[in-house]
Design a protein around this ligand. Structure first.
Ligand SMILES: [Zn+2]
Length: 303
């Protein structure tokens, strides 16, 4: 509750509990025995024009409970509470620092946009926030079921291509491959910017060029693209133009990622083609490969 003083924080929670007693708010607490592991709260919006909306607020876990699934369990329980109260749209705002936006993305929340100078940071100064939303159950945007069983195997192939970028060409280690609708690899690529003097020669563009040539078509209909790093805005837009069906990426890119981290180009409802996205596959390998490449460039030992 930083930067609030203890008395202000108490007053906030007293007010929240009174709202809960009036039925305007639902507050859940995760516990192990007497130990509180986390809390989360759902405000039932009272505007007559929004009887279907609830706002998720103050989802917090203790430091010892981080990474244990308590936060996700709280959100799911609050979603069920929302359903029980006839609400099927959930909105929230999440800080851009820390892993909050990624946490909600994994739970199916979609970013609507960022608002600068939204709230005070714990140590002072104003910070931006990201507004996210989710339609519950059947009201979520209908998507055909996705087979994710081969994702790791294909990502390992893309990681091998990323390694070639680094070892053969001393380029940033990003690798990509394109599969046709039957699952056959029809395009591969790795970063070739420096060697080709080509600002557009990112791994995904190189792989899509090969795939287009293989199909004899500039549209990669029904194709899946695997890439070891979250696509940038240029590559994401090229994927939309190419009508790629699905993108699977490895490491998240909090600085320039255009599959949800900074921009959300692949699933933006303003495009007439939207791409199904799965992120974070083999991120434990893809992330360190990139980090250590840049560390080596700066003369630092690998982490
Ligand atoms: Zn790119």
């Amino acid at each position: 509750m930083h930067p609030l003083a203890i008395a202000d924080a108490r007053a906030f929670w007293d007010g929240a509990l009174q709202a809960a007693a009036r039925g305007e708010r639902i507050i859940l607490c995760a516990r192990r025995g007497d130990e509180v592991l986390g809390t989360g709260s759902l405000a039932l919006v009272s505007a007559p024009s929004q009887p279907h909306r609830a706002e998720l607020t103050k989802v917090m876990t203790t430091a010892s409970a981080r990474g244990s699934g308590v936060g996700a369990a709280l959100v799911r329980a609050l979603e069920q509470a929302a359903r029980d109260h006839g609400r099927h749209l959930i909105t929230l705002d999440a800080s851009l620092v820390g892993g909050a936006t990624r946490f909600y993305r994994r739970l199916g929340y979609r970013p609507a946009g960022d608002i600068p100078e939204f709230a005070y940071k714990p140590l002072g100064g104003l910070a931006a926030t990201r507004v996210l939303w989710k339609l519950l159950d059947a009201r979520e945007i209908a998507r055909p079921p996705i087979d994710t069983s081969m994702d790791e195997a294909h990502m390992r192939q893309a990681l091998a291509l990323a390694e070639r970028a680094m070892l053969d060409d001393d380029e940033i280690p990003v690798g990509a491959l394109v599969l046709d609708p039957t699952g056959k690899v029809i395009g591969t690529g790795w970063n070739r910017n420096i060697a080709e003097h080509d600002p557009s020669a990112h791994a995904e563009i190189v792989a899509m060029r090969h795939a287009g040539a293989a199909l004899g078509n500039h549209r990669l209909l029904g194709c899946t693209l695997y890439v070891t790093l979250e696509p940038c805005a240029m590559c994401a837009m090229a994927m939309v133009h190419a009508r790629v069906a699905r993108v699977v990426f490895g490491a998240f890119d909090p600085k320039t990622g255009a599959a949800g981290s900074v921009f959300d180009m692949l699933e933006d409802p303003r495009h007439n083609h939207r791409i199904a996205v799965t992120g974070g596959v083999c991120a434990d390998v893809a992330g360190p490969m990139l980090t250590n490449y840049f560390r080596r460039k700066r003369g630092l030992p690998p982490r």
